[in-house]
Design a protein around this ligand. Structure first.
Ligand code: C5P
Length: 321
C-alpha cells in the first residue's frame, strides 16, 4: 500500500431544529415512536477529517471541548470496519453547537465522519449501509446524511425528504441548563401502546402541504408542536422565561429544540431578527438561517471537491480502485 500524503477534508457539521416533534408511544425496544420534521440550520461545528493509508488502524480525536464517549471516534471506527480499510484517522473538532442542547451537534459530527471518511479512504459505502451505521450511532444521525427538511418516523431514523422550508432567519438561545434526553422521554410518561392513530399524522400532512406552497412563519407557528415543551417548561422555569423573552422580541414561532435545553425563534426577514437581538442581550445566543437540502449537498460537495468525482450523492471518491 502506498502511503502518499494524508488526505484532508474540512467540513461544517450543521445543527438541526425540529419544525414539529410528536412523541407517540413507547416501543418494545425501549425507544419512543416519533413523528418529527427535521431541518438543518446554518449553525455548525468545524470538523477536519484526515486519513492516511497505513497497515494498521489508529483513530485520534482532538476536540476543543471535553466530550465523554465522543461519537466521531465511534463513527470513524464503524466506517473502517464496514469499508474494510486500514489507516490513520485524525479528527479535529471545534464545537459551536452546544452539547446536550437538542440541536443534534454530536449526531451531525458523527454523520460528517460517515460522509467524509469513505471518500478520503477511497471506499464508497452504499447509501443503505451508511444509513445502517448512522442509526447504530444514534437516532438523529441518519437525518444528517441528507439534511434539508425531512419527515422522521420510527425512532427518527426512517426519513422522507419533504419540500424545503423557506430560508427563514432564526436565533437560538442556549440556557445554562442541561436537559437529559432519556429523562425528558421518561417525563412524558408514554405508555407501551402501539396501535394506529391516524390523527397523529393529520397536522404533519397539513404542514407538508403548507411547506410545498411556501409556508409563512405564522402558519408554522399554528401547526408547530413539540411534545417535550410542556414537561420542560414545567421542570425548568428559567426556560419558560427565555421563551417569553423570545416571544416578546417578535419571534414566531418560538420553540424548544428537540428535548432542549436550546430554544429558537424564527423571523421571515433579517431585519426582524436584527430588531429582536437587543432583547436577548445577556443570553448565550447564535443567529442562523434554515438550510435547504440542495444547499446542504452543495456545501458538502464543495468541502470534498478535491477528493470526489461527479455529482452523485453520497459523493463518490476519486481514490476508489
Ligand atoms: O438514539 P439516541 O442515542 O440519540 O437516544 C438517546 C436516548 O433518547 C435513548 O436512550 C432513549 O432513552 C431516548 N430516545 C427514545 N426514543 C427515540 C429516540 C431517543 O426514547 N425515538
Amino acid at each position: 500500500m502506498t502511503a502518499g500524503p494524508p488526505r484532508l477534508a474540512r467540513v461544517k457539521a450543521l445543527a438541526k431544529i425540529n419544525l414539529s416533534l410528536k412523541v407517540l408511544h413507547k416501543r418494545p425496544d425501549g425507544f419512543h415512536e416519533l413523528r418529527t420534521i427535521f431541518q438543518t440550520i446554518s449553525l455548525g461545528d468545524a470538523l477536519e477529517v484526515e486519513y492516511l493509508p497505513s497497515a494498521s488502524t489508529g483513530i485520534e480525536v482532538d476536540s476543543d471541548l471535553e466530550i465523554a464517549d465522543n461519537l466521531v471516534g465511534r463513527a470513524a471506527q464503524s466506517v473502517m470496519n464496514a469499508a474494510n480499510v486500514r489507516g490513520r484517522v485524525k479528527l479535529r473538532l471545534r464545537k459551536r453547537i452546544p452539547l446536550g442542547g437538542g440541536m443534534g451537534g454530536g449526531s451531525s459530527d458523527a454523520a460528517a465522519v460517515l460522509l467524509a471518511l469513505p471518500v478520503l479512504a477511497g471506499r464508497i459505502l452504499p447509501t443503505e449501509d451508511l444509513a445502517g451505521l448512522a442509526s447504530d450511532l444514534g437516532s438523529d444521525v441518519p437525518f444528517f446524511l441528507t439534511g434539508g427538511t425531512a419527515l422522521g418516523v420510527g425512532r427518527g431514523t426512517e426519513l422522507y425528504p419533504l419540500p424545503d422550508a423557506p430560508g427563514f432567519f432564526g436565533v437560538a438561545v442556549f440556557p445554562p441548563v442541561h436537559v437529559s434526553t432519556p429523562e425528558a422521554y421518561r417525563g412524558l410518561d408514554r405508555e407501551l401502546t402501539p396501535g394506529f392513530k391516524p390523527i397523529n399524522m393529520a397536522k404533519f400532512q397539513v404542514l407538508s402541504w403548507t411547506l410545498a406552497r411556501g409556508m409563512t412563519p405564522g402558519e408554522w407557528a399554528a401547526l408547530a408542536e413539540n411534545d417535550f415543551e410542556e414537561f420542560v417548561w414545567g421542570r425548568y422555569p428559567e426556560l419558560a422565561t427565555i421563551r417569553r423573552k423570545l416571544l416578546g422580541s417578535g419571534a414566531k414561532p418560538v420553540m424548544l429544540s428537540g428535548s432542549g435545553s436550546s430554544l429558537f425563534g424564527i423571523f421571515s426577514e433579517r431585519s426582524g431578527l436584527e430588531r429582536a437581538l437587543p432583547a436577548l442581550r445577556g443570553e448565550k445566543a447564535e443567529t442562523f438561517r434554515l438550510v435547504s437540502r440542495a444547499h446542504y449537498r452543495r456545501m458538502w460537495r464543495h468541502s470534498l471537491r478535491e477528493h470526489i468525482e461527479g455529482e452523485s450523492w453520497p459523493p463518490q471518491s476519486r481514490y476508489a480502485q
